[in-house]
Write a protein that binds this ligand. Structure first.
Ligand code: PLP
Length: 400
């Protein structure tokens, strides 16, 4: 499929000297594609639901799933929701967070929306250049008497500076909350990422590495919160005749719990496949000037390989990130600009006052491109994408 016209050169200068036909992929290559467990396993699970006519409201599949996750994370302090956004929103509400919360502009917009629905003012501060997580120094500088919490994001599953953030939170008596939507399976120092901070939210949306079709989970330190979260996700019902708080409907249903149970059996394969894909990108893009992959993570971190974000340096690459994005789309490769625009640049947050100039976040948002990775992608497809990126650059250079 790949036609090479100049063979025999070393791999290092191959991208410069060989001409590669930019042949469009027949099938679209999306940035991700949900993993699906063996169909028969799902059908077997459905039989239980068809047998007992129990589809939602804390049914047997959900209960088993919750205890499975409890064992997986080594804690009883877990609560399941119908999606990650409501998990985070109700988590903030249940913990009584108010006033100002220091957070990141470089995230999926749901992080900030959760604050909005709790009438909390987001205070955006800058991120760090290597792994795009909150810069602890900027966090500390933004603390005011109204600050109640820090809401940090393990963006792309890259762990935040958990020790520095914990230290700041302790010294200033702030609650430390993590949006761990991307970080299922990530460990720091041999410990699950869920055990850092006061509370972590995981999203099980179909586009995440680990999923339950739709779904969300809170893992939290204070066992006393469990009851509150259970009320909040189910209209505040204590029993048939008592409503103890104005809750909402955020329950996970049986079919989600079934999918989550089955995908959990395969989480090891999903991360090792992701690791193999990342290794190809890392090797093949290393020699393409203007493409930067985040450096390998330090050994104390076990990564989940859910995303392959790269930065495109326009000067070195010879074209902008947006041009590369368009060129790849023409070839049926649908990389995504996660996370661009920055949250404070969306119309609904433009009136939020931000003192921090967000220098790094602005630069990263202009350069970031998230490349396709998922369990069903072939090594050949990934290699071809890398060759295409190199060739697109070579042609841009020729034109310049
Ligand atoms: C996906 C995502 C969410 C929202 O999760 P849902 O389950 O889709 O509601 C929140 N934060 C981040 C960073 C996400 O990527």
């Amino acid at each position: 499929m790949l036609k090479r016209t100049n063979t025999g050169s070393s791999p290092a200068d191959r991208l410069q000297t060989e001409r590669i036909d930019l042949e469009r992929f027949d099938e679209p290559v999306y940035v991700t594609r949900p993993y699906l467990p063996p169909f028969d396993e799902f059908v077997d699970g459905l039989k239980e639901m068809w047998g007992n006519h129990w589809l939602t409201n804390n049914g047997p599949v959900l209960k088993r799933y919750a205890s499975l996750l409890g064992r997986h994370f080594g804690t009883d302090n877990v609560c399941l929701f119908n999606n990650g956004t409501l998990a985070l929103q109700l988590g903030l509400q249940g913990m009584g967070i108010s006033g100002e919360v220091i957070t990141t502009p470089f995230t999926f917009v749901a992080t900030t929306h959760a604050l909005f629905w709790c009438k909390i003012r987001p205070v955006f501060v800058d991120i760090e250049p290597d792994y795009f997580t909150l810069d602890p120094e900027k966090v500390e500088a933004a603390i005011t008497p109204w600050t109640s919490a820090i809401l940090a994001v393990h963006v792309f599953g890259y762990p935040c500076r958990v020790k520095e953030l914990a230290d700041i939170a302790r010294r200033h008596k702030l609650t430390l909350i993590y949006d761990a939507a991307h970080a299922f399976g990530v460990e720091v120092g041999g410990k699950s990422i869920a055990h850092y901070g006061d509370m972590s939210m995981f999203s099980f949306h179909a586009t995440k590495l680990y999923h339950s079709m739709e779904g969300g989970m809170l893992v939290f330190r204070d066992a006393g919160l469990k009851q509150t979260f259970d009320y909040l996700r189910n209209f505040g019902f204590r029993n048939e005749v008592e409503v103890v708080m104005p809750g909402t409907n955020a329950k996970m249903m049986e079919m989600q719990a079934l999918m989550g149970t089955l995908v959990l059996r395969h989480i090891g394969e999903l991360t090792s496949k992701g690791q193999a894909i990342e290794a190809i990108y890392r090797e093949r893009l290393a020699d393409v000037p203007g493409i930067r992959i985040p450096p390998p993570l330090p050994p104390e971190i076990r990564y989940n390989y859910g995303y392959v974000p790269v930065e495109v340096d326009e000067a070195d690459f010879g074209m902008s990130r947006d041009r590369l994005y368009e060129e790849l789309r023409k070839l049926n490769v649908h990389a995504r600009r996660y996370f661009y625009p920055l949250v404070p640049d969306f119309a609904c947050y433009q009136n939020v006052q931000t003192r921090d100039p967000l220098t790094v976040a602005r630069r990263v948002a202009e350069r970031i491109l998230t490349l396709p990775t998922y369990s069903g992608i072939s090594a050949e497809t990934v290699e071809r994408i890398c060759l295409y990126v190199g060739e697109i650059r070579a042609r841009a250079g020729t034109r310049a």
